[in-house]
Design a protein around this ligand. Sequence first.
Ligand SMILES: Cc1ncc(COP(=O)(O)O)c(C=O)c1O
Length: 367
Amino acid sequence: MKQDQPRPTPRAGIMDIEAYVPGKSTAPAGVTKVYKLSSNENPLGPSPKAIEAAREVAAKLDVYPDGTARRLREAIAEVHGLSPANIICSNGSDEILGLLAQTYLAPGDEAVFTEHAFMVYKIYIQAAGAKPVAVKETDERADVDAILAAVTPATRIVFLANPNNPTGTYLPFSEVRRLHAGLPRNVLLVLDAAYAEYVRRNDYEAGIELAGSAENVVMTRTFSKLGLGGARVGWMYGPAHIVDAINRVRGPFNVNATALEAGIASIRDRAHVERSVLHNEKWLAWLSEQMIGLGLRVTPSVGNFLLIHFPDDKKHSAAAADDYLSARGYILRRVTGYGFPNALRMSIGIEEANRGVVEALKTFLKS
Ligand SMILES: Cc1ncc(COP(=O)(O)O)c(C=O)c1O
């Protein structure tokens, strides 16, 4: 090989992407008990039935999985009352978000999301060579008028995390409908409902009805927040023409055998889902109250996590709190990259972790 020839270079724009930084999972050396509260996982763990199903697959790992994920789609369809033909399963919902960007965006196109939205949208938009357009939120919540004002003839996708991560705020479905009504027909509205199971609000809908009736709406969901983060199982529900397009682009065996079987067992274990949701409802309310009691502002959350804002003084900043908590085994999420340099996101944990964080912060704030 001639050394004076140029080496392979990524497409224009790829090196402008800031790689996603996942939540920490380790504590400083010497900390023996670690509570990982940085990735919005289920503190109750996977469904015991999913564990058993994954064990059974282990003996058959030589066999390719069903590339159409038929049984998993049927299980999802049964639980949610959908047509399996309108579902695509994916390697976490991240994958489907990427496939949507790859399929519907080209260089010169634009895609819109809100300023504190889940960060992978921007990455996938850039990876497709399109222009990311971040719009202002109002009170840390998506603002339909601001989104509609940002739509131009070049817009192809609007990504809406509902509820959003890391804020935990949501749009009532009347607002989602108003957003949809204001979009041109050629703009795809992606309703990312990763935390839908946890929302206990009468005016919330994940988007099943809209994705089932409109030509330009899809809803994405995940198993990650209900105990299968490590298995990587996500899905999308939407119109047949979008399912058809995505099926041409996705990897032929994108959901592995363990994920398929764990997913099927998990979604059928409604008792585990119910337990997880009730645990979250109780401790989300408790933690919100306790944080406010400590004099900290929290963004009102309907997810399985809480965004906690810290005082302006350096001694009690989010960075200082993060160090203090990490040293005691409580691993929360820094959210500077999301535009919150002085906040931490805390996933709702088991009782011991929740009480432990509150006690630790009490001492920290007095120090
Ligand atoms: C809003 C939102 N969407 C999608 C995802 C992706 O989840 P997964 O790829 O694990 O399904 C997450 C995970 O943090 C999220 O917060």
